[in-house]
Structure formats: structure tokens, C-alpha cells
Design a protein around this ligand. Structure first.
Ligand SMILES: Cc1cc2nc3c(=O)[nH]c(=O)nc-3n(C[C@H](O)[C@H](O)[C@H](O)COP(=O)(O)OP(=O)(O)OC[C@H]3O[C@@H](n4cnc5c(N)ncnc54)[C@H](O)[C@@H]3O)c2cc1C
Ligand code: FES
Length: 510
């Protein structure tokens, strides 16, 4: 199985990652880690460094989830903002959030150095800019909250380096960083393969049983037993309800374009629009020798499965980028991916509620590079029975009492999606679906997800998501079926790409 969560391509995907073998029999290890994205691979690496034997399972190859679709800002400027983090988690919580993200960046830098991973790691400044003069007070408040959280070097700047033409004040966050996520991941995978970690691809996990000895089953018929299991599948495939009521899946869009070196400072940028824009640069080698600079611009987020207008969003992103960076050249890549937004702005990392020896890492909040690294450090502490100052902040069992407004809003949004059961199909008849496209059809009381391939053959599945029965939507840009409720995604033939669903859409005609 070599699944791709979409057909668009990011600049990171050209990086080769050591392919993993598939598993043919069951096995035992101290810890089983499920999911070989940044969270799972970092956790496997940290456990291995502490002398634990590890089995790492992924149903695809490493990084083929959201890690190859990221923009890899490494930042302690929390996306939700320190004002909001302090309101939701208290002053001590905001301090621990700042401390943990700072530690994650430092750890990535140190590990890349120690393990000899050449991943273009670069320290640089980050700028949070008011998108309009009306947001000036918000920037002031954010500065005060960042200082209270312990980020003493954050400071306001009147004028931005480079040509960004934002028209409000900005904050400078020093000592942020960026890297090439797939070069980094490939380096970590190489390191774990040389240690006490047995890593396997093609292992689709369908069951995780908690207990003194945990038991992990794959759809290929293998059983792994271990003292503990870490489920790092971006969104948990073992926790069917609790966590999914506290986080929501959003699709976010990115373009990259050439820009003359010298026309822009290498820095990270974010603005205060909702949804906000995020910007960085990346040097890349050219096939004939030499290199060029790419400007990478993201934004235009919407709830997964609730909009299908990618062309319009890419167009708006490009127009915004050209207005801010007039020297921008031709667009080289356009891609999208999914982020899991927790209702209270921080990830869920720790023991899975109600389970024994089962741990999860999810709720990246658009900061999965650092949250995934925090997961590696924190889960290793928990599994080794050590205290961690971060454990209660990231505890998956926490009750988001102060985020009740957001919790209710997201819950009502999910309930509203069930009305899809009584609406019309996207098209009236299967004949109306052109070659290479998909559409939802009504069939009596239920709905069908129909995809017509390039040769005109129609492939049909039930449009009912096997997680909690919402109706999936066709994503014209990525050629996936996306669930509007909790973010499950399926390829055009109905094969599950990511959770919480663990099974495919039910096939009807093949
Ligand atoms: C466009 C975009 C921009 C982003 N920008 C940033 C940024 O600038 N900074 C930042 O910090 N974060 C950013 N993020 C978030 C970050 O990229 C992700 O949070 C992070 O990559 C997620 O890593 P992960 O290891 O949790 O999950 P993934 O990388 O998705 O890995 C999960 C793995 O689990 C496997 N899997 C799933 N189900 C199963 C199963 N049943 N059995 C076996 N294996 C399974 C998948 O194949 C996959 O390999 C961005 C995300 C996107 C989409
Ligand atoms: S992801 Fe929950 S119903 Fe589809």
C-alpha cells in the first residue's frame, strides 16, 4: 500500500525516504508506535535512544501523511496566540506552551546535528503582522501575553524587512526556525533503522487493545504485542468519539513560487486575518546545477469536506502573495493538506482516555512539527514512568471548560452535517459524471460515492463514512472523498487514507 492523501504535489515530495519492508509475521517489542509521520518517527527515535525496543508500523511509507504536505515553520509563536492560550490554560499553561515549543525547536536542531541530518535547518526571525490597522491592539495584547509567557525577546517592529506590504504593526519573534521536513524525516528513519527499531510499511492497523500487554492488529493479519502503544496517526484511529468531539479537521492550501534571492529576507511570517496567511522561503537545488529561492505561502483554510472550491482559493492565495511580494515569479507547486484544530489551541499528547498503556498524539493545530516533537519527548517520559512538566497541559483527558463556546460551535457544525442524508445528490444521474471525476448520487434513502475513471468505468461505494455515518464529499482538487464531520478521507476508489475511519467505504460495484 503506497497511499497518497491527494494528487497535488509539494516541493518536499521529491525527497527520497528509505523505503520500509512490509511485515509478514507478528512480533513483540517494548513499545509499538503506529504512524510514521513526524510524531511517530520522533517518538520511535526518542524511545530507541532510551534503550527501548520499538516496532513502528505505517500503512504507507514514512511521511506520506501530512508530514510531506507541511510548510514546516518551527515556531514558538503559538498559532492560537498567547492571549488566547493564557485565557484558556492560565498563565502557567501559557508559559509551559512557550517552553515546550521552544524546547522542540532546540531538540530538532540538536538532533539534526548529532545524527548528521542535513535538513536545511535554519534559525530565523518570525513576524506576526496585523492584517489591518484595526488589529493594532491585538498585536499589542499579544506582545504583552508573549512576554508574560516568558518570551522576553519578542518585540514590536515598525517596518518589516523585505517587501511585505502589510499595513499594520508587527511583532518579531527571534530564534524561530525552518527546515526541509522530508530530509529531516528521512534522516530520523535512517537513524532508527540502524538502532533497536523495526519499522514496517504496508501495515494498516485496524485494532488497538489496551491492557498490561497491548495488542495491535493489522489488516494484513499480523499481531504486535507490546508493553505500550503510541497511536500517532495524525488523528487517532483507536479513539472513536472522545477526542473527535474536541478537535476539528480543516483543509489548508499552499502555493510556492520562485522569487529572486535578495528580493525577500528569509523569515517566517503570519498575519492576523481569519484564516491567517503563513509564509516562508526555501532554497532548492536545480537539476542542472545552481539553486533558486521559493516563496511558500499558505492559508485559505476551511472545514474539511465543507467546501470544494480549491481553484478559487489557490487564486486568492496567489493574488494575496503577489500583492505582498511584487517580485514573486511563476508558481511552481500548489497543494493542500489537513490540520486538526483542537478547541483549546494545543495538541492532545498522553494517555488515551480510559485505556491502559495506550498513548496518543493528535490535535496539531497547524503546529504539528513542534507538537509532533513534543510528543516524542513527552511520551517517552510517560512511558518510562518519569514526570514531565508538560503532561497536564497536553493531557488528552483535559476538559476544555474555558473553550466551551468553540466546543459547542464545532459540535453543532458536526450535527448539521447529518442533513446531507436528506439532500439531493451532486448530480442527478451517473451519466452526468465526466471521466476522471467523482460525485455523490442519491439512491433511494441513501447516497453513493461514484467515481468515473479515465476510461469511463464507474466505481461506486457507499457515501456513508464508516466512522460515524456522515456523508462524504468529493474533493475535485485532490480526488479524494472527504468526510465533513471528523476528517476521515478516502481515495477515489474508497480506500481509507486517514482516520478516524479505519475501514474503506463499502464497495458497491467491484
Ligand atoms: C499545508 C500544511 C501546512 C502546515 N504547516 C505547518 C507548519 O508550518 N508548522 C508546523 O509545525 N506544522 C504545520 N502543519 C502541520 C503538520 O504538518 C502536521 O501536523 C504533521 O505533519 C502531522 O504529523 P503526524 O506525524 O501527526 O501525522 P502524519 O504525518 O499524517 O503521519 C501519520 C501517519 O500515520 C499513518 N496511518 C494513518 N492511519 C493508519 C493506520 N490505520 N495504520 C497504520 N498507519 C496509519 C499514515 O500513513 C501516516 O504516515 C501543516 C500542515 C499542513 C497540511
Ligand atoms: S469522520 Fe466521523 S463520521 Fe466521518
Amino acid at each position: 500500500m503506497n497511499k497518497e492523501p491527494g494528487q497535488t504535489v509539494s516541493p518536499w515530495m521529491s525527497q527520497e525516504v528509505p523505503p520500509l519492508p512490509s511485515m509478514s509475521t507478528g512480533a513483540h517489542a517494548d513499545v509499538c508506535v503506529v504512524g510514521a509521520g513526524i510524531a511517530g518517527v520522533t517518538t520511535a527515535y526518542c524511545l530507541m535512544k532510551e534503550g527501548r525496543s520499538v516496532i513502528l508500523l505505517d500503512d504507507s511509507q514514512p511521511g506520506r501523511g501530512m508530514t510531506e504536505r507541511t510548510t514546516a515553520h518551527l515556531s514558538n509563536a503559538i498559532d492560537a496566540g498567547y492571549t488566547e492560550i493564557e485565557r484558556l490554560h492560565g498563565l502557567q499553561g501559557a508559559r509551559l506552551a512557550a517552553n515546550s515549543h521552544t524546547a522542540a525547536i532546540d531538540w530538532i536542531e540538536k538532533t539534526a546535528h548529532e545524527a548528521g541530518i542535513d535538513c536545511d535547518f535554519l534559525r530565523l526571525d518570525g513576524y506576526l503582522c496585523a492584517a489591518s490597522p484595526d488589529d493594532a491592539q491585538r498585536i499589542k495584547d499579544e506582545w504583552a501575553a508573549a512576554l508574560r509567557a516568558g518570551l522576553a525577546d519578542v518585540e514590536p517592529v515598525d517596518r518589516l524587512p523585505g517587501p511585505l506590504t502589510q499595513n499594520g504593526p508587527c511583532l518579531r519573534f527571534p530564534r524561530q526556525a525552518q527546515f526541509h521536513p522530508m530530509k529531516y524525516l528521512a534522516g530520523l528513519v535512517k537513524a532508527i533503522a540502524q538502532g533497536k527499531c523495526r519499522a514496517f510499511s504496508g501495515s494498516h492497523v485496524t485494532k488497538v487493545e489496551s491492557g498490561k500487554q497491548v495488542r495491535v492488529e493489522t489488516s494484513q493479519g499480523c499481531v504486535v504485542t507490546a508493553d505500550a502503544v503510541v497511536v500517532a496517526t495524525n488523528t487517532p484511529i483507536n479513539n472513536m468519539v472522545t477526542i473527535h468531539t474536541k478537535q476539528a479537521a480543516y483543509i489548508t492550501y499552499v502555493i510556492s513560487a520562485t522569487i529572486p534571492a535578495g528580493a525577500v529576507e528569509q523569515a517566517l511570517w503570519w498575519d492576523t486575518q481569519d484564516p491567517y496567511h503563513y509564509v516562508r522561503t526555501q532554497r532548492r537545488s536545480l537539476p542542472g546545477g545552481g539553486e533558486e529561492l521559493l516563496l511558500i505561502v499558505g492559508g485559505e483554510d476551511h472545514k474539511a469536506g465543507q467546501a470544494d472550491d480549491a481553484e478559487f482559493r489557490y487564486g486568492r492565495l496567489e493574488a494575496w502573495a503577489r500583492a505582498q511580494f511584487p517580485a514573486m515569479g511563476g508558481v511552481t507547486h500548489r497543494w493542500s493538506g489537513q490540520v486538526m484544530e483542537s478547541v483549546d489551541g494545543l495538541a492532545f499528547i498522553g494517555k488515551n482516555p480510559g485505556d491502559e498503556n495506550v498513548y496518543i498524539a493528535t490535535g496539531d493545530c497547524g503546529m504539528g512539527m513542534t507538537h509532533g516533537t513534543i510528543a516524542g519527548l513527552l511520551l517517552t517520559d510517560l512511558i518510562k514512568g518519569r514526570d514531565s512538566p508538560w503532561s497536564s497541559l497536553y493531557n488528552p483527558s483535559r476538559h476544555p471548560v474555558k473553550a466551551m463556546g468553540e466546543f459547542v460551535r464545532e459540535s453543532l457544525n458536526v450535527v448539521a452535517q447529518y442533513t446531507d442524508w436528506v439532500t439531493k445528490g451532486d448530480v442527478a444521474r451517473a451519466e452526468d459524471i465526466p471521466n476522471g471525476e467523482g460525485a455523490v448520487l442519491r439512491d433511494g434513502l441513501t447516497k453513493i460515492a461514484a467515481y468515473r475513471d479515465a476510461d469511463g468505468v464507474l466505481h461506486t461505494c457507499s457515501a456513508v463514512c464508516p466512522h460515524l455515518n456522515c456523508i462524504v464529499s468529493w474533493n475535485h482538487s485532490e480526488h479524494t472523498w472527504d468526510c465533513p464531520c471528523h476528517g476521515s478521507r478516502f481515495d477515489k476508489f474508497g480506500q481509507v487514507l486517514n482516520g478516524p475511519a479505519i475501514t474503506d467505504l463499502t464497495r458497491l460495484n467491484t
